[in-house]
Design a protein around this ligand. Sequence first.
Ligand SMILES: *[C@@H]1O[C@H](CO)[C@@H](O)[C@H](O)[C@H]1NC(C)=O
Ligand SMILES: *[C@@H]1O[C@H](CO)[C@@H](O)[C@H](O)[C@H]1NC(C)=O
Length: 472
Amino acid sequence: MKNAELIFVPAPVRGHLISMVELAKLLINRNESISVTILIMKFPYDAGVSSYMDSLSNDPIPRCSILEIPPSNSESYKSQSYHTMISTFIAGHFTNVKNEVIAMTQPDRSTRLAGFVLDIFCVSMVDIAKELNVPAYVYLTSGASYLGILLHLQAMTDYQNKDISEYQDSDAQLSVPYYKNLVPANVLPAICLDEKGSEVTLSWGRKLRETKGIIVNTFVELETYAVQSLVVDTTEIPLVYAVGPNLNLTSVGQDIDEAADVFTWLDEKPLSSVVFLCFGSYGSFLEDQVKEIALALEHSGHPFLWSLRPSGIDSNLNKYANLDDMLPPGFLERTSGTGKIIGWAPQVAVLSHRAVGGFVSHCGWNSILESVWFGVPVATWPLYAEQQLNAFEMVNELEMAVDISIDYDTFSKNTVIIEAKIIESKIRELMKDGSDIRNRVTEIQRKSRAAIAETGSSYNNLGRLIEDIIAA
Ligand SMILES: *[C@@H]1O[C@H](CO)[C@@H](O)[C@H](O)[C@H]1NC(C)=O
Ligand SMILES: *[C@@H]1O[C@H](CO)[C@@H](O)[C@H](O)[C@H]1NC(C)=O
């Protein structure tokens, strides 16, 4: 019998792409009758995709090929919001993706087309799979709770005739079947509620229900309530496969070599003593907020490693030229013994270091999984996308994080500066030895490792997914 070939369609965003390549590797390594072709769309505003593709072609993965798909039109997307811009960009590739895959179904090919694995941004391509009469799966690089929100917003609109845009700037609390607690409307992703964004979100919800299954980068022991509620749901939700944590940990050694000064500095610090602040590829703050963070760190007395970066999508803009101007007068001098400010941070390698005892994070889903994997408690400081929802989940649903904020939003006019005094007290709470939160994180860390080990829950779910793919 011919190998089963899966077509992966990642969103053209570096983080999503890396996570999807990791999933391809998991599947390929688990069963030798699976091959993968990854279709790449090059988004002109994300340089990270090209550099990652180069690194892949230097280090090819067996039974995995990479194919670049050109757009069928060359529109300008600049005037739109990021969310709708990416969706429009992807829609512009629909025809070319379809033609490319049809070419792969020719009988002389050595593999047989077994189906699609789509990023959530590409879920509209479920229509191509239907036309070709093969199953489509979605791979969600966020958690099961977020999946629940996407489905619930759509269900409210389509089955209960509600207008979700009413939740914009609202202080309503929503009862969502996949959450134990009421969900405040102000932690729902803003992009899901405005006029254009809600169109995209609702179409995601509808298309998700047309897939054969949803693969989620989570594990049952972390999001037990959400995963179980999705399984027993009666509104026609496809099978959910929790296969995580699916992390790329291979670069740790290399990162340590490349940022030797950071790790020499960490090596000299006591066990679990350092607070690490890092806010993702696009995370930055206004100068007034930077100053409050600085004062809080200084007064907390804890050693700190702070990834402080200017705003802007350009990944070369890693560092402030005028760092001194951003910070309170004399700050760098006074903290030269206890603190270190860096630009880009090798986050995984830092979290793996024994000296790191707490992590102030923007709560991107990958960052949460990494903090869990290394057993480092988080203080939540969400900035955009679905990070507020992740922060809410960590603090209220899972009770495993300290809340600096759960509704901070870089792009909202209503967001107020968080004062140094508050940040300082939260950092003290985060760094406390033997706290309930720290104990819970240690317990979940153990479970995260067990989940992907042989006979663990995610290991078994991956096996079930492979059986379903091959049997189809
Ligand atoms: C893992 O991630 C790093 C970036 O942190 C990347 O350079 C590397 O290529 C990735 N490894 C694989 C095998 O995808
Ligand atoms: C690969 O999957 C097929 C179908 O589920 C199964 O029969 C076979 O044993 C698997 N191979 C391995 C190495 O697990």
